[in-house]
Write a protein that binds this ligand. Structure first.
Ligand SMILES: Cc1ncc(C[n+]2csc(CCOP(=O)(O)OP(=O)(O)O)c2C)c(N)n1
Length: 737
């Protein structure tokens, strides 16, 4: 008996004398000591970072103080490298419990090159640990939630399509390892303030509706910076608001008690793993420090309120619990804390000595280092269409036809592709299709017609009417290795997805220093010239996205280019915004036979629509046929030979072709459908003026839409959008200059 007691580390009380082998909701005494070690480490890393910030050795600090118990409990129930994690910045103890180290965290705080999470690119506490399945997190509160939903959908998809998880040569799949578990969980956490974000509700809706194994954790410390919960949440309690969502397992707990948290997570995760649906753990925690080191909570919280919080501090509570239950005595606690301090000191010293990143690394990993979507090898020849059975030539197809055919062939080739968006399915009520009662829809422009019929409803399906939902889920799926090819019905309605499109999708790779990537395709119907499209069905705005590093932007003007560029977009290893001009979908201009199932065009390679010697016209999209008409008229009437360049791809764009052309013609007109000021052509015009000044015999001109939205009445629409006559006039002026 004595020997058994003696073999225990000093300070650990003999269980026989005290709690007689008792466990606490399944947590053994050793696990409880471990829980305290992690919680205490978490708090001490925060304290050291605060000190380092005051000493100006780090540049920002946000703490996980007060949230330690809930984090450690989640980390004990869930499995690193097996489940998936979309934590928020207060989840320090969760990350420690999963296997991250204080050094990992401190390297991030000092912005070291060796920071395993971002290589010095992100603020501290923006967790990213690929091996642990902790997915790169950002600063926007709430943008992680829909991604967690998409991540859970990815796991479910691979479980149903295990073949799709296999590696494959020749496209993005070569560089994307897929792992999945049949009973995995996608953990996502947020503060009670962030539940006010619309994306939270969109995520709850989809997780509930699809019975997804997403574990939502609301760490409710009662404040979002200075805004108290009753201002954020109707009635002051998020649990009351969400309890009507079907398929959920709900828990509302004291988040400062690790044992209660552990039990709640065990129940909620069992529900998720059994495929019963999502879990929701609402943990009431405290925020003993201010929001961050940039905030002073004494400005908006009186001492009395802060003292109430202090009385529930999870670190002191846990200490007292261990002593009360006879698991550790005071000596044992002191010893554990001393060990933590000593180890932390070593980590701090190492972090302070770590080299910062060198400036030349800034452009690494904006795009895939493995697959170059601009590679000349992607330039292939179209396969001539076989004549029809009666020997006649096959009629050329529209852009809409070829996009549909390309999607079909790619889906056949790559089982990781799924298509979703508003109305993209043939019919969500599948039985109507099966019973052949209906033909099916396949998109408001019918671009995805027949694909659900061919590939089934788990590969082609409708989303709710919520654009952030579409893009956020796509980001989560693509991070797992799927290839979502999603549709935004009208460019005019892309804005609800803007947080995902601007702050998430293009940044996943760069901000994680190539730890994660999210290559997916966002197809968007864009543009005017519709007669009756009016303000909200005619907008352009591509420059907003070409202004976003990390995202390719493609804008074809004809059927063949649409087919070749869409295939490159699908096979490539980066996110692509694929803009499809609605007016060109079924235009006679630019029809072509289907170029075959492997036809690709490299990004950033313009097409010279017609060669010329007197003036370069640089354009794209629906302005191409209008510029061609104007150029042909000018040549007929005045013999001026225009070189017409269709950029096809806006990011990257083909500067070489522009430069060669303008150096030859010495005159440049940049034409685009978007509003003139700050439009895409402004950048092209500025580059020409800057870099080709010596070659210019005339000013660089632009023709574009007036600085106004597109109006409904066709007379107004014509006056607003650039017409062939406007282009002709500008070409003439420049040629005569
Ligand atoms: C979309 C967005 N809006 C505003 C901010 C600035 N901001 C950072 S944290 C925060 C409060 C978050 O509160 P809560 O979700 O309750 O989490 P807590 O910090 O209290 O743990 C705000 C407003 C942000 N990061 N993202």
């Amino acid at each position: 008996m004595a020997t058994k007691t003696d073999s225990k580390p000093a300070g650990v009380v003999d269980e026989k004398i005290t709690s007689a082998g008792r466990t606490y909701e399944g947590l053994s005494r050793e696990r409880l000591i471990e829980a305290y070690r992690i919680m205490y480490t978490s708090r001490r890393v925060d304290d050291r970072e605060i000190l380092l910030k005051r000493q100006q050795k780090i540049f920002f600090q946000i703490s996980g103080a007060g949230h330690e118990a809930v984090g450690v409990a989640a980390g004990f129930v869930l499995k690193p490298g097996y489940d998936w994690f979309y934590p928020y910045y207060r989840d320090r103890s969760l990350c420690l419990a999963l296997g991250a180290t204080p050094l990992d965290m401190l390297l991030m705080a000092v912005g070291a090159a060796a920071d395993p999470q971002s290589g010095g690119r992100q603020m501290p506490s923006h967790w990213s640990f690929p091996k642990l399945n902790v997915v790169t997190q950002s600063s926007p509160t709430g943008s992680q939630i829909l991604q967690a939903v998409g991540c859970a959908e990815g796991g479910r998809y691979f479980a149903a399509h295990p073949q799709a998880a296999k590696k494959s040569e020749g496209d993005y799949r070569q560089f994307k390892d897929v792992k999945f578990q049949r009973d995995e969980i996608a953990y996502v956490s947020l503060g009670e303030g962030a539940t006010s974000e619309g994306e939270f509700w969109e995520a709850m809706n989809t997780a509930s509706n699809r019975k997804l194994p997403v574990l939502f954790v609301i760490e409710d410390n009662g404040y979002a910076i200075s805004v108290p919960v009753e201002v954020q949440t109707a009635g002051g309690n998020i649990s009351r608001l969400v309890e009507g969502f079907p398929n959920f397992h709900f828990e509302e707990i004291d988040g400062t008690d690790p044992v209660a948290c552990y039990a709640a997570f065990a129940r909620a995760s069992a529900h998720c793993r059994a495929g019963e649906g999502p879990g929701f753990v609402h943990a009431h925690v405290i925020r003993p420090y201010s929001h961050s080191l940039s905030d002073d909570e004494r400005l908006y919280r009186p001492d009395a309120e802060r003292n109430l919080d202090a009385a529930r501090d999870p670190i002191t509570r846990m200490q007292m619990f261990l002593i009360r239950e006879g698991i550790l005595d005071e000596k044992g606690i002191n010893k554990l804390e001393k060990q933590v301090e000593d180890e932390l000191q070593i980590a701090v010293d190492q972090a302070l000595e770590a080299a910062p990143p060198t400036p030349d690394t800034i452009s690494l990993y904006i795009y895939s280092p493995d697959l170059d979507a601009s590679s000349p090898a992607l330039q292939t020849e179209p396969i001539a269409a076989a004549p029809a059975a009666d020997g006649k030539k096959v009629a050329p197809k529209t852009m809409a036809d070829l996009i549909n055919a390309t999607l079909r062939d790619e889906m056949r080739r790559d089982e990781r592709i799924v298509i979703f968006g508003e109305d993209v399915a043939d019919a969500s009520r599948e039985q109507y299709l099966k019973e052949k009662l209906i033909k099916g829809k396949g998109g408001v422009f019918k671009l995805t017609y027949g694909l659900q019929n061919d590939f089934g409803p788990d590969r082609v399906f409708n989303s709710p009417l919520a654009e952030a939902n579409i893009v956020g889920r796509a980001v989560g799926m693509a991070t797992r290795g799927m290839k979502p090819v999603v549709e935004i019905q009208f460019f005019d309605y892309i804005w609800p997805a803007m947080m995902q499109l601007r702050d998430e999708l293009p940044l996943i790779r760069w901000r994680s220093n190539n730890g994660f990537s999210s290559p997916c395709v966002i197809r968007v119907a864009i543009g005017g010239y519709l007669t009756g499209g009016a303000i909200y069905h005619s907008q352009c705005g591509e420059s907003i996205f070409t202004h976003t590093p990390g995202m390719h932007v493609v804008f074809p003007s004809n059927a063949l280019d649409a087919a070749g560029l869409l295939r490159t977009a699908i096979r490539c290893d980066d996110p692509v915004l694929f803009l499809e001009h609605k007016r060109l979908y079924r235009e006679t201009f630019g029809r072509a036979p289907y170029p075959g199932p492997d036809y690709t065009i490299p990004f950033g390679k313009a097409k010279i629509v017609q060669a010329g010697t007197d003036l370069s016209v640089i354009t794209y999209g629906a302005v191409v046929p209008r510029a061609l008409q104007a150029a042909q008229k000018l040549e007929r009437e005045q013999g001026v030979k225009v070189e017409l360049i269709d950029l096809r791809c806006l990011n990257p764009f083909d500067w070489e072709t522009i430069a060669a052309s303008v150096s030859k013609t010495n005159r440049a007109l940049v034409a685009y459908e978007d509003t003139l000021s700050w439009g895409y052509g402004a950048e092209i015009a500025a580059r020409i003026a800057d870099q080709l000044f010596d070659h210019l015999d005339a000013p660089v001109r632009r023709v574009a839409a007036k600085d106004v939205f597109v109006a409904y009445q066709p007379i107004l629409e014509d006056a607003i959008l650039p017409q062939a006559e406007d282009l002709l006039r500008a070409m003439k002026e420049l040629a005569e200059y």
